[in-house]
Design a binder for this molecule. Structure first.
Ligand code: NAD
Ligand code: LMR
Length: 332
């Protein structure tokens, strides 16, 4: 029997990530090849005509899984009964801008949209915040939507996770799908800590630790980390625009694993509300390694943390605590 359609909201849908993301959702990359969807697309008035153009293209593409399209500048209409909300709307960082520069523009949007989601979305709606500063926008959304369970509000660090897998696969000349269990700790910013201490590579003689195979600890402890941390800025420098297709694809990966589960023995990175695991203070949205089952994520527990990692995990937590205070000062 055909499944009932799932309603998926994409805010900022006329923007560049939105334009890459909506066809992926309509093709089943987010929720699976047998899951019909109804797309809800929100943007602001100046982008209304462009948004309508995206709707026209979705119709023209005749996607078999796409059972309806709502394209609107009305936030209440956009949020009505949505099961998944991918929050991309906001102002992106331009070349030369620090992430803090985009903070004041974006946190007030997230405060307002928190209330709309709370009032109009389906009660079990799962929220993924992509717009920067992603962790802090998600935190503001959580704080101003107290009736949405905190487990349902997450932010995107899967792009960083995928970037880390990509760097290891390039270095070792192995396929990216043979690398797993890297971790992104902390903020989706240049203080994030990409950690390979538990990562493995599948080889013809079985599963090996990345550290064992790469051998060059120096590269793993320096260049690898900074390359992943700075990849967003490198893309902006090259494209004069921030990453879009990789962000859209990673957003699909995030929701797909959350809803449909992670493969056995594999974890992924998600920005989630800290419960104090690994000594990370509660009250922050922090990226942890998680596994997902039956639509619920759980933080992977019991990983050994060395001194080098501890310092980096704490530094990114400190930045998030500072962003939190800055966000509140922008809202006041
Ligand atoms: P973009 O400027 O191309 O698109 C943003 C869209 O949001 C625009 O169409 C704009 O009109 C719309 N918008 C602005 N205010 C809105 C509001 N109040 N409600 C609804 N829509 C609104 O930007 P983009 O390149 O698509 O990037 C979107 C966001 O994603 C940026 O904040 C960017 O920094 C962030 N980003 C995050 C990651 C990540 O991994 N977390 C990766 C890449 C980009
Ligand atoms: C990215 O990681 O590509 C984006 O978050 C862009 C940015 O502002 O760094």
């Amino acid at each position: 029997m055909a499944k009932n359609p799932v309603r998926v909201l994409v805010t900022g849908a006329a923007g560049q990530i939105g334009y890459a993301l909506v066809p992926m959702i309509a093709r089943g990359a987010m929720l699976g090849p047998d899951q019909p969807v109804i797309l809800h697309m929100l943007d602001i008035e100046p982008a209304a005509e462009a948004l309508n153009g995206v709707k026209m293209e979705l119709i023209d593409a005749a996607f078999p899984l796409l059972k309806g399209v709502v394209a609107t500048t009305d936030v209440a209409e956009a949020c009505k009964d949505v099961n998944i909300a991918v929050m991309v709307g906001g102002f992106p960082r331009k070349e030369g801008m620090e992430r803090k520069d985009v903070m004041s523009k974006n946190v007030s949007i997230y405060k307002a949209q928190a209330s709309a989601l709370e009032k109009h979305a389906a009660p079990d709606c799962k929220v993924l915040v992509v717009a920067n500063p992603a962790n802090t926008n998600a935190l503001i959304l959580k704080e101003f939507a107290p009736s949405i369970p905190e487990k349902n509000i997450t932010c995107l660090t899967r792009l960083d996770h995928n970037r880390a897998l990509g760097q290891i696969s390039e270095r070792l000349n192995v396929h990216v799908s043979d690398v797993k269990n890297v971790i992104i700790w902390g903020n989706h910013s240049s203080t994030q800590y990409p950690d390979v201490n538990h990562a493995t590579v599948t080889t013809s003689s079985g599963e090996k630790s990345v550290r064992e195979i790469v051998i060059d600890d120096n590269w793993l402890n320096s260049e690898f980390i900074t390359t992943v941390q700075q990849r967003g800025a490198a893309i902006i420098k090259a494209r004069k625009l921030s990453s879009a297709l990789s962000a859209a694809s990673s957003a699909c990966d995030h929701i797909r694993n959350w809803v449909l589960g992670t493969p056995k023995g594999t974890w992924v990175s998600m920005g989630v509300y800290s419960d104090g695991s690994y000594g990370i203070q509660e009250g922050l949205i922090y990226s942890f390694p998680v596994t997902c089952e039956k639509g619920e994520w759980s933080i992977v527990q019991g990983l050994k943390i060395d001194e080098f990692s501890r310092a980096k995990m704490d530094a990114t937590a400190k930045e998030l605590a500072e962003e939190k205070s800055l966000a509140y000062s922008c809202l006041n």
